[in-house]
Design a protein around this ligand. Structure first.
Ligand code: ZN
Length: 278
């Protein structure tokens, strides 16, 4: 049986354990069948969401801002969106590639879980854990823990559980264990979170976030509502701008994105606390 081994170089090496080589009668003392897969970039911040376009709507601003500060960013979409009301999986794949370029992602993967049928099982946790290990992220961005679409809130818990499982060496032992340090939940557009834990100032990258959203013409062109973004009569793009302006006002800037963490955030110098009361 072939086993994948991650080399120090970051390449994956498929090797055959000693004496089990399918291509030779000789016992193999060294890695035998060597297949180099292109180097997987190590990622600082990995955003994972149920559907192509979820990341663009919820956390593209924070991703692009992190990139502008020197962080590496990547995305895993859990499904191909084959059951979406508008567009096809193929169209959405091309749109996602275009949006990846706008956001400057180092990588974008699709896990191929069933659209409108994401479940949190030992199998899906292990599969996502392997994908997370490849990127070795420090921070993972997940959807809100509640949501209108079942895929969204199921994904949120699946991602949390997969991040934990990714640190268990005996689960899928062919890939080295890695547990991300922290998970944050993107809660922009969610109306059931009274207050976010923090808001990221995305003023400098907001127009590029809209450009990334506009890549999904099959989903958003001419519509006034999408996914978790509820309608108010304006175009979807205008609603996104209104929400960003609302979250921005919470931290006294023009545009913001809202995040929730289960952990309490730390402050060291209360003399330097931001966001004035008056
Ligand atoms: Zn979605």
């Amino acid at each position: 049986m072939l086993t994948a081994v991650l080399l120090r170089s970051g390449c994956w090496l498929n090797w055959t354990p000693r004496g089990k080589c399918p291509d030779s009668d000789r016992s193999c003392r060294e890695p035998h069948r060597i297949i180099y897969i292109p180097r997987v970039p190590e990622i600082d911040i990995l955003a994972i969401a149920a559907h192509r376009d979820d990341v663009e709507l919820s956390c593209a601003g924070a991703l692009m801002k992190a990139k502008s500060m020197g962080r590496t960013i990547a995305v895993i979409d859990l499904t191909a969106g084959e059951l979406g009301t508008r567009g096809s999986a193929e169209t959405r794949a091309a749109e996602a590639e275009q949006a990846a370029m706008v956001m400057g992602l180092a990588a974008r993967e699709n896990l191929g879980l069933p659209d409108a049928g994401i479940v949190n099982t030992p199998e899906t946790r292990a599969r996502l854990a392997v994908a997370i290990r490849k990127f070795k992220p420090s921070i993972v961005i997940a959807p809100a823990l509640g949501g209108r679409h079942p895929d969204h809130h199921v994904s949120a818990q699946l991602i949390r559980d997969a991040c934990f499982v990714a640190g268990l060496a005996k689960v899928e032992p062919g890939t080295p264990a890695h547990r991300p340090r922290k998970i944050i939940h993107a809660v922009t557009h969610r109306e059931d979170f009274a207050k976010p834990t923090f808001v990221v100032d995305i003023t400098d990258v907001f127009e590029r976030k809209l450009d990334a959203i506009r890549c999904y013409a099959s989903q958003f062109e001419g519509v006034t509502q999408a996914g978790e973004v509820y309608p108010n009569g304006d175009s979807l793009y205008d609603i996104v701008r209104h929400h960003a302006a609302h979250y921005g006002s919470m931290i006294r800037c023009r545009y913001g994105e809202a995040y929730y963490t289960t952990e309490t955030m730390r402050a060291d110098d209360i003399g330097a606390l931001e966001v004035p009361t008056f």
